[in-house]
Design a protein around this ligand. Structure first.
Ligand SMILES: Nc1ncnc2c1ncn2[C@@H]1O[C@H](COP(=O)(O)OP(=O)(O)OP(=O)(O)O)[C@@H](O)[C@H]1O
Length: 633
């Protein structure tokens, strides 16, 4: 028995005080804004929910009396649902994703939105007109510009007819009066910055605003909110919850922690409640390349496993190697879950490998390198690819399967040929149905000669008006149609911009690449990336890293894990404090490794396995006996 001996010390309650600290900032009389420093698995969601419960307990009546609310911005609909559920659907809280929150704030300000759009469209048209004047007539670039100018002018000309603007955060917003996703954020940020009345109304309505995953929240909006906070510091508390090491989207604010205005509080959580001790040591070592934050595992955590398997980059049957790794992990950890692929979470650090293995590499290579397109393309919201994944593909799949009922439903819901206005205005609705059927038949006839390209599909759909073609694709279509009547010199002197060039390459891809791309971005594939597993946790995690597949684009495991020396450019970026491919890879590596609750197997295909092993052991990421060159027998 233990009678008389000192109580066993444990660290598991070590961060409990942080919740009290946060509660003390959420004071209506003397509000403070804060940035919570907390790494992976530190229980940020729990802290957020506890903070909100504190507000409800202390201020519910006071807030309700003046119809005030507490706002929470989360990253995904799933996170919204989870937080709302944990708060028992309490109407005091307005929990929304960033787009739906922004829209809820600007909805109804129709004349202000109209003027914003007018100015914006006029500026865009003026810029394109100036480019056209400098460029050469008759080129593909010129055709794309003229098509863009035309669609923007059409939108501008119709602005005054629009009585009420609409927006749906979960759809494609193809109606004439609809705003698109990025407009909603920009308009909200501009209104917050330029309309002092809106600022005052905002802080009156929401004295507390907490943002989850703040590291990935659109930087224009974060900057606008920081300005609002500074202007109303005595009446408004802004709480940023997130982890800078887990910033994975390029439109998140870089170094948010060093841009905090004066007077901000910076509470800190140290414990990792999710990962075993071995994995906490590994993610601390990974993180040490970026900042000073160090986590502690829970005293009662298991030791767990982290192993690195390195294969040559030109290994022929990579999936077979990975099966071998799982078999080895089954024995090592005595955990049969490893032998069932579906019970392991297999993650790639980047998308290129998944694109290659799933068969949409050409599509990926066309669009993903373009910074302006990348984020939306990878989360599936990019209008040109969504046109194919959400309009054309479901119809083609249903028709190929012979599912007439579904095909008709899709057309009724989405085709302009059967829109309510069209049907109302038609004397013979049956004719409209025939026209729609003829358009479907025409589209499906493309498959008579083998798999069509995306461009052929687009050309067909645009000709029959079966679906509304997004503006970006209209410009690319115009460029692809431009006859080569003018000289090569002109094309060289006035080449298409990188955006149109990328879309033209996209249109050259076979349409068969759309289905695997669609399933990848919907996270239905067995592969997933850091983006799909944000905030989640799994018992067994396998991370695949292959620079041969990544083509060095944006990534560099070989550099991160030491098989290759950093380039002169990397060193220059580091010196200037700029975000480099090394920094990005490190963050993705951190996010993926920190998902593991029990064991972690890293699989790297390297140009120099020996150098990689030497580096990871010398740098303290792994012990000698945790790294295997080839499959251990
Ligand atoms: N105080 C706590 N005591 C015990 N378990 C906790 C505590 N806080 C969080 N957890 C558990 O730890 C795990 C990680 O929590 P959570 O997912 O909220 O972390 P997080 O900070 O959002 O992580 P990440 O940023 O890595 O997604 C969850 O399983 C959660 O239930």
């Amino acid at each position: 028995m233990n009678v008389g001996s000192a109580p066993v010390e444990t660290n598991v309650t070590r961060d409990d005080g942080v919740e009290d600290e946060i509660a003390s900032y959420l004071d209506l009389e003397n509000p403070k804004s804060f940035f919570l420093f907390a790494g992976a698995g530190s229980g940020k969601t729990r802290s957020l929910v506890n903070a909100l419960r504190h507000i409800a307990t202390k201020y519910r009546d006071t807030l309700r009396l003046r119809a005030r609310h507490v706002a929470v911005i989360t990253y995904t609909n799933a996170a919204c649902d989870e937080i709302t559920r944990r708060l028992e659907y309490d109407p005091l809280f307005v929990v929304k994703t960033i787009h739906s929150f922004a829209w809820s704030q600007i909805q109804g300000f129709n004349s202000d939105i109209r003027e914003w759009l007018r100015t914006n469209l006029q500026t865009e048209i003026a810029d394109l007109t100036a480019e056209e004047a400098k460029g050469r007539a008759g080129t593909k670039a010129s055709a794309a510009r003229l098509a863009s100018i035309e669609s923007k002018q059409r939108r501008l000309a119709r602005l005054d007819e629009i009585k009420a603007f609409t927006y749906n955060p979960n759809s494609d917003n193809r109606e004439r009066n609809a705003l698109n996703h990025s407009e909603v954020i920009k308009i909200f940020a501009t209104f917050l910055l330029e309309k002092s009345l809106m600022q005052r109304m905002f802080v009156e309505k929401y004295p507390f605003l907490l943002i989850d995953e703040s590291q990935d929240t659109n930087k224009t909006l974060i900057d606008a909110l920081l300005t609002v906070q500074q202007a109303h510091a005595s009446r408004f508390s802004l709480g940023l919850i997130g982890d800078t090491m887990q910033r994975i989207y390029l439109d998140g604010k870089e170094n948010i922690e060093s841009a905090l205005p004066p007077g901000w509080e910076t509470p800190e959580k140290v414990l990792n409640h999710r990962c075993p001790k071995r994995i906490v040591r590994l993610i601390n070592a990974i993180r040490s390349g970026a900042d000073e934050q160090v986590q502690e595992p829970r005293d009662d955590a298991i030791e767990g496993w982290a192993r690195l398997f390195v294969f040559p980059v030109d290994t022929l049957d990579k999936p077979a190697m990975e099966d071998g790794v799982r078999a080895y992990m089954t024995t090592l950890t005595d955990d049969a879950g490893w032998s069932d692929r579906d019970q392991c979470k297999i993650l790639t650090l980047e998308h290129h490998m998944a694109a290659k293995r799933m068969g949409f590499e050409q599509l990926f290579e066309a669009i993903a390198p373009i910074e302006a397109f990348r984020t939306a393309f990878l989360d599936g919201s990019f209008a040109p690819s969504r046109f194919f994944t959400h309009s054309v593909l479901p119809l083609v799949t249903a028709t190929q399967r012979g599912d007439k009922f579904l095909a008709t439903k899709i057309i009724r819901e989405t085709s302009p040929l059967l829109s309510k206005d069209k049907l109302k205005g038609s004397e013979k609705p049956l004719d409209q149905l025939r026209t729609a059927q003829a358009a479907i038949d025409s589209l499906m006839s493309l498959w008579a000669n083998g798999e069509p390209t995306c461009g052929a599909v687009l050309e067909n759909v645009s000709g029959t008006n079966l679906f509304v073609v997004p503006d970006g694709l209209k410009a690319a279509l115009a460029a692809s149609r431009a006859e080569p009547v003018i000289s090569e010199d002109d094309e060289e002197a006035d080449p298409v911009g990188e955006n149109i060039a990328a879309l033209l390459t996209f249109l050259d891809c076979p349409f068969s690449m759309i289905a695997p791309y669609a399933s990848y971005v919907a996270h239905e594939a067995s592969f997933d990336t850091h983006q799909g597993v944000k905030g989640l946790e799994f018992d067994r995690v396998m991370v695949l890293m292959d620079d041969g597949d990544a083509r060095g684009f944006l990534f560099g495991y070989d550099k991160l894990l030491g098989a290759k020396a950093p380039s002169a450019n990397d060193l220059k970026n580091a010196e200037e404090g700029k975000d480099s491919s090394l920094d990005r890879t490190r963050r993705l590596f951190y996010v993926t490794c920190s998902r593991a609750k029990s064991s972690l197997a890293l699989v790297a295909y390297s140009t120099d396995p020996d150098a990689m092993k030497a580096h990871v052991t010398q740098s303290g990421l792994f012990n000698e006996d945790e790294v295997y060159l080839g499959l251990p027998t």
